[in-house]
Design a protein around this ligand. Structure first.
Ligand code: AMP
Ligand code: MG
Length: 348
């Protein structure tokens, strides 16, 4: 199949709408990451997403809408959901609610709940409006790869597998949406993202955090969000996270890099902008400023993909405090590292 990569114009949006109505797949920009969309009420079209991504069939998709009236056929809306939609839609918040029968089980991976979101990216909204359909979409990467934050990332993973990629530039947030379950007694964050726990609590009161956000699932533990089961967001090389006081971390990165490079590895470090000069001999990859977790979020997946392009096999990374948007960064970075962490003071 020939894959077209087109800037978003009246013509390409019309083409996207035709393809989606016809049961085909279209990749499109959102403010979080690029999505791979299909007509959500067409089970056959939705199965195409799993095939193109190589995604396990038990990992459900998010249904994207442009107008709340579309929810009538999709889910049971409750009071908290309405408050959260008023506060955060359109935007990077996905809400889990009880599903209605019209939603194919292919979308929900046989669950009785469904994930819904209204994205804020103008191209995503324009495409959703044009086709007038609810669009099921996960991130537009091959399963196991970092989510795409540019149209070029999507092309690298999906060339020949889908007919159309709409180019809307770099994704703003850079990490996938916050996923919040509203089916348990208390709202519960299944996946942290740009909408933080404190932002949600300001609207609906106390919000729980799923246990496995900053650690691997324990043996026999059931993933509340099936996506958490998989080794996600990972580059091909082995990533190790370095924790500790600022100066200790920089010194530890230098020693770990020197050791790995000395053993013949293609090694590098992921470090804050402030440390790039001090680590100039350690193949530094700038992840953004130390006190700006939103910048680190914005750059993270592009950096992880670059490591693969450069065929790095040993990577040492700084970490951010797991608070606010930093919690979302550490949830992804932790998984990229398979939670392998070293204390700087034990290295220097
Ligand atoms: P992606 O945006 O590609 O990461 O995929 C959608 C995410 O939403 C995955 O992590 C899913 O596990 C999660 N998700 C979708 N539907 C549900 C649901 N009904 N219950 C819990 N999590 C869900
Ligand atoms: Mg994904």
């Amino acid at each position: 199949m020939n894959t077209q990569l087109l800037p978003a114009t009246e013509d390409s949006l019309a083409l996207a709408a035709r393809l989606l109505a016809d049961g085909q797949l279209v990749a499109f920009p959102t403010e979080t990451v690029y999505g791979l969309g299909a007509h959500a009420m067409d089970a056959q079209a939705v199965l195409g997403i799993f095939a193109a991504k190589g995604r396990p069939g038990d990992n459900p998709l998010i249904v994207h809408i442009h107008d709340r009236s579309q929810l009538e056929d999709i889910c049971e809306v409750n009071e908290n959901a309405l408050r959260l939609m008023d506060a955060f839609w359109p935007g990077p918040l996905t809400i889990i609610l009880p599903r209605k029968n019209a939603v194919p089980y292919a979308v929900t991976a046989n669950l009785e709940t469904v994930a819904v979101r209204m994205p804020s990216h103008p191209v995503a909204l324009a495409m959703l409006q044009r086709c007038g359909l609810p669009i099921a979409a996960p991130s537009a990467n091959r399963s196991g790869k970092p989510s795409p934050t540019t149209a070029q990332h999507v092309l690298a993973d999906m060339d020949g597998r889908i007919p159309l990629i709409l180019d809307g530039g770099e994704s703003d947030v850079g990490l996938e949406s916050t996923v919040l379950s509203l089916v348990s007694e208390r709202p519960c964050i299944l996946r942290p993202g740009g909408i933080t726990q404190s932002m949600l609590e300001a609207v609906v009161g106390p919000v729980d955090l799923a246990g496995s956000i900053l650690r691997p699932l324990e043996k026999g533990e059931k993933a509340l969000s099936p996506g958490m089961m998989y080794k996600h967001y990972s580059p091909d090389g082995q990533v190790t996270l370095i924790e500790g006081a600022e100066n200790d971390v920089v010194e530890a990165l230098r020693r770990l890099y020197a050791h790995a490079a000395g053993e013949g590895h293609r090694a590098c470090v992921m470090c804050f902008t402030e440390h790039v000069n001090a680590l100039a001999d350690c193949a530094p990859h700038d992840i953004g400023h130390r006190n700006d977790p939103a910048e680190v979020a914005h750059r993270l997946f592009d950096t992880l993909r670059r490591l693969d392009d450069e065929k790095m096999d040993v990577i040492f990374s700084e970490v951010v405090p797991p608070e606010g948007v930093g919690l979302a960064v550490m949830n992804r970075l932790g998984r990229a590292a398979a939670f392998r962490t070293v204390q700087a003071e034990n290295v220097i």
